[in-house]
Each structure stands twice: as structure tokens, then as C-alpha cells.
Design a binder for this molecule. Structure first.
Ligand code: FES
Length: 127
């Protein structure tokens, strides 16, 4: 058990370790992301968390970057390393792998995104 002091953290990376993502290389993606963070000496500003299913299994392995709210699909070890280099260290998302981005109105799917739309949640009320 560890309790990290997260003051000064710039990014939180949620790495899906649910069963679908793990079947499609989630462990290797997890290790690649964490190794690249260490290689670039970014441990003090990037926090990673292994999660259970994030509800986008068709896109496995899934990785989510906050505070931007960028959801990535099909994260191989190579893509994971690029997420660290290009997005987390360089500030530019890997557009070819983005399935959702966050804007003022909530999550949006970029126009060129090719992925399963998925099941819509029933509308009860808007926030
Ligand atoms: S197991 Fe990763 S999104 Fe479902």
C-alpha cells in the first residue's frame, strides 16, 4: 500500500486493466507507459492508475489522460510510449488513437474517429 503526495501532478493516466484490455495487451501497454514515464524522468508530474473496465471494451486496450479527458483506443506498447512522449511530455494528442475528447459540453468523438459508437445510456435528466 502506498499513499503518494500528488501535489504538483500534471497528468493522471488511467490504464484499463479490465479483462478485455488485458486480453489484448493491457499489461504490456501498462509497462510501456510506466517505463517511458521513468525514462523521461516524469514520475513526479505524471500519476498512473490501473483500473478495472472503463466500458469501452471494443477499443481495448483503453487509456485515459486527465485533466484533458482524452480517451485512447488500441494502445499497444508503441502507442503507449508515444502517448507519454507526444501527449504527456509534448502536449499534442495522438489523433489517430483518440476516441473521445472533452470540451465544455462533455465528451465528444473527433470527426475522424473510427470506433464502435456503443450503447447509449437512457436519458433521464440533463445536468
Ligand atoms: S476491459 Fe478495458 S474498457 Fe472494458
Amino acid at each position: 500500500m502506498t499513499t503518494w503526495n500528488l501535489k504538483g501532478t500534471k497528468h493522471h493516466v488511467l490504464i484499463c486493466n479490465g479483462s478485455s484490455c488485458m486480453r489484448k495487451g493491457g499489461e504490456e501497454a501498462t509497462q510501456a507507459i510506466r517505463n517511458e514515464i521513468a525514462n523521461l524522468d516524469l514520475d513526479t508530474v505524471i500519476h498512473t492508475t490501473r483500473t478495472r473496465c472503463n466500458g469501452r471494451c471494443k477499443d481495448a486496450p483503453v487509456v485515459i489522460v486527465y485533466p484533458e479527458g482524452t480517451w485512447y483506443k488500441e494502445v499497444t506498447p508503441e502507442v503507449g510510449s508515444k502517448i507519454v512522449q507526444q501527449h504527456l511530455a509534448g502536449g499534442r494528442a495522438l489523433e489517430d488513437y483518440v476516441i473521445y475528447e472533452y470540451d465544455q459540453d462533455g465528451f465528444i468523438a473527433p470527426e475522424k474517429t473510427e470506433c464502435t459508437v456503443g450503447v447509449s445510456k437512457p436519458l433521464k435528466r440533463s445536468i
